[in-house]
Design a protein around this ligand. Structure first.
Ligand SMILES: Nc1ncnc2c1ncn2[C@@H]1O[C@H](COP(=O)(O)OP(=O)(O)OP(=O)(O)O)[C@@H](O)[C@H]1O
Ligand SMILES: N[C@@H](CCO)C(=O)O
Length: 318
């Protein structure tokens, strides 16, 4: 569940009174998501998402995220901008937390994307990248390549409790990735976490790209690599779905495209993306009690992707 901070009806009514959005009708906590507290809020005028930012989202980063969403929404991308209050403010405080009232988008996230849905989602990512060429704000990637050595070190030999030999395997994977990382490729603002649960769809149409709280400046083609790892495998990471992977690349190509250098770098970018999610999941695995309310995500599902990309990356991205 993801409602860490309870909001009283009184506090919510007073909060909504700062906006031109009508009066409170109902508010329900949303179970999905693990990072922030989200509520579905209905008013006499419309439906909204209320997000209270918990500890993983730094309040100082919110202006960047909100500017990015605003830029993308103005360029016609299906992303949910924050609603300004009567004074034009986007970022507020509620129940002691930074909070934003966000446009509600219809659609549901798919759990097992079809090739057609994957193609549509990657097309939407390509259009987003096209819109970001004029976006000038910067945010370093807090989970980027420069952080992986520290993340590996802080997990340390505890990794071997997840799987025997894991620390050594990841140390050599990291060496391999760092020595080949394509630092020369074009950078841009990227989403950096465009998993199926962050894409809302109605049938085969993308109605929303959400959860921009890892967005940052990084190698643009890395966004494609993250998406490939998240979409083109089953949840365990054991089964690679080549049709979905090919559809993703075709969709991205049709709306934005990869240069020859970017395409050639996809295998190592995909290894890096697999290591990034492996490390964050492993840290959470080691530091979240097994009986916590939040479901821990399996780090080994990303070890399997890492192995797959090391063995087959050059072939599948050829
Ligand atoms: N703008 C929106 N319109 C409609 N539904 C939304 C919107 N934003 C979020 N949601 C719903 O709330 C859920 C949680 O949102 P989100 O993924 O942003 O949460 P999070 O806690 O940051 O999660 P994560 O674990 O994915 O980082 C989504 O799965 C979706 O169902
Ligand atoms: N999408 C991430 C969690 C949020 O970053 C994962 O599945 O590990």
């Amino acid at each position: 569940m993801a409602v860490y901070t309870q909001v009283s009806a009184e506090a919510l009514s007073a909060f909504l009174a700062r906006f031109d959005v009508g009066a409170l009708v109902s508010a329900k906590g949303i179970a999905e998501g693990v990072e922030n507290s989200n509520y579905l809020v209905d008013t006499t005028d419309a439906r909204f998402i209320l997000t209270l930012y918990e500890k993983r989202v730094a309040a100082d980063d919110l202006p960047y995220f909100m500017a990015l969403l605003d830029h993308l929404a103005n360029a016609g991308n299906p992303v949910p901008p924050a609603i300004p209050d009567r004074d034009g403010r986007l970022i507020h405080e509620l129940e002691g937390r930074p909070a934003c009232l966000i446009q509600f988008l219809s659609g549901v996230s798919v759990t097992r994307p079809t090739p057609t849905q994957a193609r549509a989602a990657a097309e939407a990512m390509g259009r987003m990248h096209a819109s970001l060429s004029g976006f000038s704000l910067d945010r370093p990637n807090s989970m980027g390549v420069e952080t992986w050595a520290d993340q590996l070190a802080r997990c340390g030999r505890d990794l071997d409790g997840i799987e025997a030999g894991l620390f050594d395997r990841l140390s050599s994977a990291l060496d391999r990735i760092l020595s080949r990382w394509p630092r020369h490729l074009a950078t841009s603002a990227i989403h950096a976490d465009l998993f199926p649960d962050n894409v809302l769809m109605l049938d085969d149409r993308v109605t929303g790209l959400i959860d921009f709280y890892f967005a940052c400046t990084d190698i643009r083609a890395y966004d494609v690599a993250v998406m490939h790892g998240a979409w083109a495998f089953d949840g365990t990471g054991r089964v690679h779905d080549a049709e979905v992977g090919d559809a993703l690349l075709a969709g991205y190509q049709s709306s934005f495209g990869l240069s020859d250098d970017e395409r050639a770098a996809l295998p190592i970018l995909a290894e890096g993306a697999a290591l990034r999610f492996l490390l964050s999941r492993a840290w959470d695995w080691l530091n979240t009690p097994a009986d916590a309310m939040v479901t821990r995500k399996d780090p080994l599902a990303y070890l399997r992707r890492l192995d797959f990309y090391q063995t087959h990356g050059a072939t599948i991205f050829a």
